[in-house]
Design a protein around this ligand. Structure first.
Ligand code: THU
Ligand code: ZN
Length: 337
């Protein structure tokens, strides 16, 4: 992906600067930065070409404390109509909004992406880097958008928009979401291209004997080994049930609780080529960031996995947890099939 694509980027930090101190205060307490009176101003800076009615639609969505980086199909259709643009072009035009969520303290390279699900809903994603830790822990914007759609239960993905051609790692990750490569990759100034055209001779799930990829989500019937009334444990278990772990057969899930009591869940999402897989904590962070949250908001992290899994997420989860929420203790709960 060329840096040129990002010359005119407006980062979340720039947005915070233009919104002023009140927005900074809100961001510090974990409220999405648009959840105040000045959010329309913020949208004006991020999406200057958008009409006022479109900005109002987006402001209403972002204002909802439950906002999760999803633009429902009806709203997306209204935005397309208002902007007199196609569904595909709208996704490209919304990239700066997705990009404004990027957290990239290592590279300062802010990437945003959107995917469209079979439902017509749009999902934003941004890259997330883990300060002081292995570069391999970074979540790419395309992975972030895809896993956001995954966690919302999309049955398939039809298109992905990003500012420059997705890197090889992302192409491989997207292959698991759309085996056969039917998903359209949308980039500015280029005609839509199927994934199969930019990832020929793909190493797909079929190579390891799988009949389908990550979507639609298949649930594993897991239960907690010892019962608990804590909704965070239930969230971690639910995320583990929904994980895509056909290669290790080691489902796992994470629940993150914020100081304000919100719970974000993240499922483990494996890839046939192993390395582009997303750990459950990475997926849960995608949810937190898509809502406008920050690492400082994290007050509890729970990992649910099998008692004696073939592979365990404990070490990686605790390493990332220590980097982003050092005062929080990782809770681990065992699940059984
Ligand atoms: N990045 C993406 O988000 N998508 C790509 O396809 C290329 C790279 C991110 C990863 C890392 O946070 C930063 O950009 C520098 O590579
Ligand atoms: Zn990538």
């Amino acid at each position: 992906m060329s840096a040129l694509c990002f010359e005119t980027q407006i980062t979340r930090r720039t947005v915070l600067a233009v919104l002023g101190m009140s927005a900074l205060g809100l961001a510090a307490t974990g409220t999405p930065i648009f959840a105040d009176e000045s959010r329309s101003d913020g949208l004006g800076k991020i999406l200057p070409k958008f009409s006022e009615p479109s900005r109002l639609i987006l402001a209403r969505l972002l204002h909802d404390p439950e906002y999760s980086g999803r633009i429902p199909a009806v709203e997306a259709a209204a935005l397309s109509r208002n902007e007199n643009t196609t569904a595909d072009k709208l996704m490209l035009e919304l990239i700066p909004l997705a990009q404004s969520y990027s957290f990239a303290p290592i590279s300062n390279f802010y990437v945003g992406a959107l995917v469209r699900g079979a439902s017509g809903d749009l999902y934003t994603g941004a890259n997330i880097e883990i300060p002081g830790q292995c570069l391999g822990f970074a979540v790419h914007a395309e992975q972030s958008a895809c896993s956001n759609a995954y966690m919302h239960g999309e049955k398939a993905l039809t298109a992905l928009a990003v500012g420059g051609a997705p890197c090889g790692h992302c192409r491989q990750f997207i292959e698991e979401m759309s085996p056969g490569g039917e998903i359209l990759i949308l980039t500015p100034q280029k005609p839509p291209a199927k994934l199969s055209s930019i990832l020929p001779a793909a190493f797909g799930p079929a190579a390891l004997g799988m009949k389908q990829g990550a979507l639609p989500v298949e649930e594993t019937d897991l239960k907690l080994v010892s019962g608990s009334a804590d909704p965070l444990f239930a969230a971690a278990l639910d995320a583990a049930r929904k994980s895509h772990a056909p290669y290790s057969k080691s489902p796992s899930g994470v629940g993150i609780r914020t100081a304000r009591g919100r719970i974000f869940r993240g499922s483990y999402i494996e890839n046939v080529a192993f390395n582009p897989s997303l750990s459950p904590l990475q997926t849960a962070l995608v949810g937190l960031i898509a809502n406008g949250g920050t690492f400082a908001d994290i007050s509890a992290v729970t990992l649910a996995e099998l008692e004696n899994p073939t592979i365990t997420q404990k070490a990686v989860t605790d390493t990332v947890r220590a980097a982003i929420a050092p005062s929080v203790k990782l809770q681990i709960v065992s699940a059984s099939i």
